[in-house]
Design a protein around this ligand. Structure first.
Ligand code: C5P
Length: 409
């Protein structure tokens, strides 16, 4: 569905939604919708009991995907549903509502229905939202099952108190769908691998003034840097973005954004408190040189110099590499017009980088302005990781994944 704010911790998450046979199953439709609204991809598994309460067609229509409830997909052909694949697909197995019976089956490791088989074969974390009558919930057996599951690392989404389907009042109502989604968002956020990491990121071009209306610049759109900012936010990072002049809105969820024009201004922002950052990434296409002289008014045609003398701009990335302490990771980009391998490797060494991302305008769909990019990441030992042509959003996710692998080496 993908219409969520990308800052939601549920954005892009694959959620296996297990629905079991409680009256609260009618809320699963709203829950599936709410998870999708926040950017999650939802697949639904139902127990035979759940099907008595809500039609699989409702959930398959909402999630635009078949609902799984049985080992055999097609009784005539004998085609079967692979519970192992499903169990490996999810980032989380969320069982909502979870009946007392299913909780007990999870504790026992029973495999009496398809949902229980998925539970046993899943490698992802499991969260359960119990829903039952107050006495069933309070029963020692249920409480001890929940304690056992919690001990195993299962997330327990405590039920609410209130009016129950039985007419009694007490604790046992499944939490409302929006509250479950909130709970899951915090749960993912707490586990986000870059939680607590401060990232400094440069993006976009710089403009080096000739006079008050003209400048030396380049075609950088800032799209790669902004996509990277979003991908880092999604992994829980505290992102501080310094951007040259671009036509892009602030990426949702960044902690701060500073808009600058020149390399000098970018450098001033990039030096500030550099040692308080854990990670620094230079995606900006900083001008390598600027006019030695600039006019603060518009030069008339006859005043324009025949030759514009240039001087080098400060190299921000080289400065970071020089200042880098052991706790810091510094990543650079190299945009080349040929295959660029030698040049990327030399930048990586010269600027003391942890790794460098190479993109070449020689590759179709890569480089400035496009919505796609094709990259190769080089490690300091010269190892190359080549990626396919992808959207800049996916490329950003690949880079962040490489960073995560690098940090956990
Ligand atoms: O040497 P070159 O400019 O090609 O290196 C590219 C890398 O260095 C990019 O990561 C770019 O953001 C960074 N850079 C910088 N400051 C400069 C020039 C380049 O941070 N003045």
């Amino acid at each position: 569905m993908g219409y969520a704010a990308p800052s939601s911790a549920l954005h892009g998450k694959r959620i296996l939604l297990g629905v079991t046979g409680s009256i609260a199953a009618y809320k699963s439709a709203v829950l599936a919708r709410e998870l999708q609204r926040r950017g999650a991809i939802v697949r639904v598994i139902m127990t035979p009991g759940a099907i008595e309460f809500i039609a699989p067609l409702t959930l398959s229509t909402l999630t635009d995907h078949p609902v799984y409830s049985d080992f055999t997909e097609n009784k005539d052909s004998g085609e079967w549903t692979n519970h192992v694949d499903l169990g490996l697909w999810g980032d989380v197995f969320l069982v909502a509502p979870a009946t007392a019976n299913t909780l007990s089956a999870f504790v026992q490791g029973s495999c009496d229905n398809f949902l229980q088989a998925v539970h046993l074969s899943s490698r992802c974390p499991v969260c359960v939202a119990p829903a039952m009558d107050l006495d069933m919930f309070a029963h020692q057996a249920t409480q001890s099952n929940l304690a056992t599951l919690a001990n195993r690392g299962v997330g327990i989404i405590e039920p609410d108190s209130g009016l129950l389907a039985s007419g009694l009042e007490g604790k046992g109502r499944m939490l409302e769908p929006a509250a479950i989604a909130d709970w899951l968002e915090i749960w993912f956020y707490e586990r986000a691998p870059l939680k607590g990491k401060r990232v400094l990121l440069t993006a976009g071009p710089t403009q080096e003034p000739i006079d008050s209306v003209r400048f030396i610049g380049n075609h950088s759109s800032g799209k790669m840097g902004f996509a990277l900012a979003r991908a880092l936010v999604q992994q829980g990072a505290e992102v501080h973005l310094i951007s040259g002049p671009v036509q892009l809105n602030d990426p949702a969820g960044v902690a701060s954004i500073r808009r600058v024009q020149t390399a000098e201004e970018m450098m001033i922002a990039a030096r500030e408190n550099f040692h308080t950052y854990d990670i620094a990434i230079a995606t900006a296409a900083v001008a390598d040189a600027r006019p030695k002289q600039r006019s603060f008014t518009k030069l008339h045609r006859n005043e324009l110099p025949e030759v514009i003398a240039l001087e080098p701009t400060p190299d921000i990335l080289a400065h970071w590499g020089e200042q880098k302490k052991a706790h810091q990771t510094v990543i650079g980009f190299a945009l080349e017009t040929d295959d660029g391998v030698a040049s990327a490797m030399s930048k990586l060494k010269r600027k003391n980088l942890d790794f460098i991302v190479l993109n070449s305008t020689a590759d179709r769909g890569a480089g400035f302005g496009t919505d796609t990019n094709q990259i190769t990441i080089f490690d300091p030992n010269g190892k190359a990781h080549k990626f396919e042509l992808k959207s800049k959003t996916e490329v950003a996710q690949d880079i962040v994944q490489h960073l995560l692998n690098y940090l956990t080496l």
